[in-house]
Design a protein around this ligand. Structure first.
Ligand code: NAD
Length: 519
């Protein structure tokens, strides 16, 4: 593959890539049902109690079985992690960088295999899955680069007298719990874990119970890259019991979490119960886009559709509210519906399908109840049928993408759904649109379409979100990349004000110590 896969690849000759993907997928499918362990101290842990990894596109299919870890093992895991961290934290940072860079190369080498696994277990289409895998490798490279640029985060400081030597060192906290969501099972697990590891912390990763196989793949890459035993342990099990017990353990010195606001805020309280431990939370979303009177309609329609319905609305950057200038409402709606109706829904591993299923029954039910509510309280402009009444779709959590309008103030305009559900509203002035867009507890991404620079400037100045895009046809609000778009959640979308993919990320996994030596 000569070109670079990102989330914004639109036109390139992909035929060779598709052939390679098909071959790899067939190989993976021949080995479905394999049992995998959790990983404690570099050794496989087999409890005999399984977490079954299901295919959301074929609900009855078990992809693999994972030995889950009982909470009674947590003390032992923490002792191992504590010991391993002491040696890892004392390892020269250049050596840590080397191992993480090696792991990035392995992820890139194994991208087809990992993407095939991801497409099966998450229901992402193949290009999105390949993008997720490549992003995780680039996150490792970008974060390793941050260590190098900052000279391992050592900086000489000033002197108050000629006979003193001073300096600032960033040092590891200790053991980080990393808890990742289902939707970017490589990029988010790798990004949070990689930054913590580069900082000299040890990590216990609990991947989403929907995506244990990607967790296994990440473990294999770090292990094969030369990471010492015990520095990175992977435990499988339910969030409510295992994840909760992990975060509550007194030896945990920091938490990196990405997931819903509901769970994140609960964990934040745990992390401040003894004293305030570092707690990097990336949480829920309800991202808006504004289509101004002088927008290029073609760009706006394509960009909004890709961001609202790509990955079945399950990207953290997905578009869920679009504010369209009243003068463009009719045209925008007609063109959007026409374009969206041409999207192919089906098995996400097949090249021709753009939309796969949503992740599980809970998400499916959430989507379908929102459809009922929107029919009752507003107007559905696109979709609304129960796809699972069709033979073609009955075996998976397939849903129709929705475009709807609802009265202002409705709960569906505020609450996160995390399914392909776009709400349309109209406005007369840009000030009004921005005000409506900001009336929300979340603030991750936002987009604007206008050919007038002052509109774009006003939007950039006043919108309350951490990741902004203007006139982006490949995605109104989606498609961030390491070192290109820092991904910082404002308001209820994040706790730190400094995003993954951005220049200030790695230092958050370390604590500062200044040293003054009199000579
Ligand atoms: P989730 O909150 O249900 O689960 C996230 C992780 O937390 C999983 O590993 C889960 O097992 C674990 N967990 C659940 N309950 C727990 C508990 N009590 N204690 C400890 N761990 C627990 O989220 P999800 O459904 O996997 O992912 C979707 C959510 O993630 C959406 O809200 C989405 O907006 C958010 N998200 C945000 C970003 C961002 O950058 N802001 C990125 C990706 C996803």
């Amino acid at each position: 593959m000569a070109f670079r896969i990102t989330y914004s690849v639109l036109e390139a000759d992909l035929s060779q890539l598709h052939r390679e993907f098909d071959t790899t997928l067939s190989q993976m499918e021949r080995n479905l049902g394999t049992e995998f362990p959790s990983w404690i101290d570099g050794k496989p842990f087999q409890s005999g109690v399984f977490l079954d990894d299901k295919n959301p596109a074929k609900i009855t299919q078990t992809l693999a079985r994972f030995h889950s870890v009982p909470t009674s093992e947590i003390d032992r895991i923490m002792d191992i992690s504590e010991k391993a961290q002491k040696a890892w934290g004392a390892t020269p940072w250049q050596e840590r960088v080397k191992i993480i860079k090696n792991a990035a190369e392995l992820i890139s080498e194994r991208r087809l295999e990992i993407a095939a696994v991801m497409s099966l277990e998450v229901g992402k289409n193949r290009m999105e899955s390949l993008g997720d895998v490549e992003e995780s490798a680039d996150l490792f490279r970008y974060y390793a680069g941050q260590m190098e640029e900052a000279n391992g985060f050592y900086k000489p400081l000033g002197k108050l007298s000629p006979n003193e030597k001073t300096g600032s060192y960033l040092k590891p906290f200790g053991i980080f719990a990393v808890i990742s969501p289902f939707n970017f099972p490589m990029a988010l697990a790798a990004g949070m874990s990689g930054a913590a590891l580069l900082g000299g912390n040890s990590v216990v990763l609990k991947p989403s119970s929907e995506t244990p196989w990607c967790g296994q793949k990440l473990y294999e890459c770090l292990r094969d890259a030369g990471l010492p035993n015990g520095v990175f342990q992977v435990v499988h099990g339910p969030g409510g019991s295992l994840g909760n017990a992990l975060v509550n353990h007194p030896k945990i010195k920091g938490l990196a979490f990405t997931g819903s606001k509901e769970v994140g805020m609960k964990l934040m309280r745990v992390m401040t119960s003894d004293y305030a431990k570092p707690c990097l939370l990336e949480m829920g979303v309800k991202n808006p886009a504004i289509v101004c009177a002088k927008a290029d309609l073609d760009k706006a329609v394509e960009g909004c559709m890709r961001s609202a319905f790509g990955m079945s609305g399950q990207k953290c950057s997905a578009l869920s509210r679009v504010y369209v200038h009243r003068s463009l409402q009719k045209e925008f709606t007609e063109q959007f519906i026409q374009k969206a109706q041409s999207l192919k829904i089906g098995d996400p591993t097949m090249q021709e399908n753009y939309l796969g299923p949503v992740i599980n029954e809970k998400a499916y039910n959430r989507h379908m109840s929102a459809v009922t509510e929107a029919k009752k309280d507003g107007k559905i402009l696109l979709g609304g049928e129960n796809l699972r009444t069709h033979t073609k779709y009955k075996d998976g959590y397939f849903v129709e993408p929705i475009l709807a309008s609802l009265p202002r103030g409705h709960r569906l305009i505020r609450d996160e759904l995390f399914t392909p559900f776009l709400l349309l509203d109209t406005f007369d002035t840009l000030e009004e649109a921005v005000q409506q867009a900001n009336q929300c507890d979340y603030g991750l991404t936002a987009g604007v379409f206008s050919e007038v620079e002052s509109d774009v400037n006003y939007f950039m100045e006043h919108i309350e979100a951490g990741v902004l895009y203007a006139n982006r046809k490949t995605g109104a609000t989606t498609g961030a990349w390491p070192g290109v778009q820092a991904f910082s959640g404002w308001k209820g979308s994040g706790s730190t004000g400094k995003g993954g993919c951005g220049p200030y990320y790695v230092s958050q996994f370390m604590r500062e110590q200044s040293q003054t030596r009199m000579q």
